[in-house]
Write a protein that binds this ligand. Structure first.
Ligand code: KG4
Ligand code: ZN
Length: 342
């Protein structure tokens, strides 16, 4: 029974966690850089790397403190090797390898997207393979067939923007902060009207998704509402209505394609993961489909964190090794993991 320290630094969250195979998650420390990047409207890679450097040591200390462990009790260090911003990944890789080297314990490089998928195993109710996974984050929208852990066959992808990106861009047009998914969801609760927005690729015979047409439609809708209501900035009711319309359109697309993926492959288990899986409207709508059983990560572990890397390290322990290199792979594809000793 191993105790694993997980380190996540692929983008703008510094995450450190400790997962114990016997006792579960013992610590989960997260520092979000959102305020740092807020004025730039997106993540600035150089600032992200520097901030990871500043925060990571204290997060490791805090994780050990929260878990009531000394560093000698850690059996392996799992860290995100990709995909992500290279400078940011290098911080995690360097710290993870140095920490492991100093203790003579192995490292386990983890693919960030596999971390999202396996974070579902931190929930009480866990899925069994085979399953279909809907992986929806700020940079990805994929439907994947998982016949066994470590084998990921991409069934469908987005042609353009990711689902999270569609939420974020719509939020930006509405003047809401970045990343906008959770603000869209909050405002949507106050809606009193739903406007008609397109559901691109809805009737295509494949599992391809597309969200960029939606973005254009949202922009036109906002302009129309401004003119009709003689408002330079939409009032809170209209923002709520647009937010709800966006949420409905995105979740409709995701659900339709997920159900098709399950049907086409005769699979009744769906695992939804990645930041957008925190969306409660999506969860409520999927609950109306008793023909499939849906699994999610715990709500607070849907967005980037160290816990998903720590549990993935535990499930990927055969990849543990003592070659301490600072190698990262900013563009590594999930489907290329099969058969690879990272
Ligand atoms: O997985 P994640 O933390 O980072 C990436 O690996 O990209 O996902 C971040 C994305 C953002 O686009 C954010 O707006 C979205 O997840 N998100 C949500 C919600 N919470 C986060 N989207 C919709 N509803 C939410 N409640
Ligand atoms: Zn992520």
């Amino acid at each position: 029974m191993a105790t694993i320290l997980g380190i996540e630094t692929s983008c703008d969250e510094t995450g450190v966690a400790i997962y114990d195979e016997k006792y579960g998650l013992l610590a989960n420390c997260l520092y979000s850089q959102i305020d740092l990047h807020a004025n730039f409207g997106g993540v600035v890679p150089e600032l992200a790397s520097r901030d990871h450097v500043k925060k990571i040591s204290s997060l490791i200390q805090k994780s050990l403190f929260d878990a009531k462990l000394t560093k000698n009790k850690i059996d392996a260090v799992a860290y995100t090797f990709g995909p992500g911003l290279n400078g940011a990944l290098l911080v995690g890789a360097t710290v993870a390898n140095s920490f492991a080297y100093s203790l003579g314990i192995p490292v386990i490089p983890i693919h960030h997207l596999e971390g999202h998928i396996l974070s579902t195993f931190l929930s009480k109710d866990t899925p069994q393979t085979p399953f279909i996974t809907l992986l929806i984050s700020g940079g990805h929208s994929q439907l994947i067939l998982v016949e066994k852990i470590g084998s990921y066959k991409i069934l469908g992808d987005t042609l353009d923007d990711a689902a999270g990106e569609a939420f974020d861009k719509s939020a930006k047009m509405l003047g809401l902060p970045y990343p906008g998914g959770k603000y869209i969801a909050e405002h949507a609760k106050n809606a009193c009207e739903i406007y008609d927005l397109p559901r691109p690729m809805q009737n295509s015979q494949d599992l391809t998704m597309s969200f960029s047409g939606l973005k254009t439609a949202v922009s036109l809708l906002i302009k129309k509402l401004r003119t009709e209501n003689n408002q330079t900035i939409l009032d809170s009711q209209l923002i709520a209505n647009v937010a709800k319309s966006v949420e409905e359109a995105i979740t409709d697309i995701l659900i339709k394609k997920s159900l098709k993926a399950c049907r086409d492959n005769n699979i009744k288990t769906l695992v939804v993961s990645g930041g957008v899986s925190a969306n409660l409207t999506l969860r409520d709508k999927l609950a109306k489909h008793p023909e499939i059983k849906v699994f999610y990560p715990p709500l607070e572990l849907c967005t980037d964190n160290g816990a998903m890397i720590a549990i993935a390290g535990s499930m990927r322990s055969k990849n543990a090794h003592h070659r301490y290199t600072f190698t990262t792979a900013p563009r590594f594809l999930l489907q290329n993991l099969e058969g690879i000793q990272c």
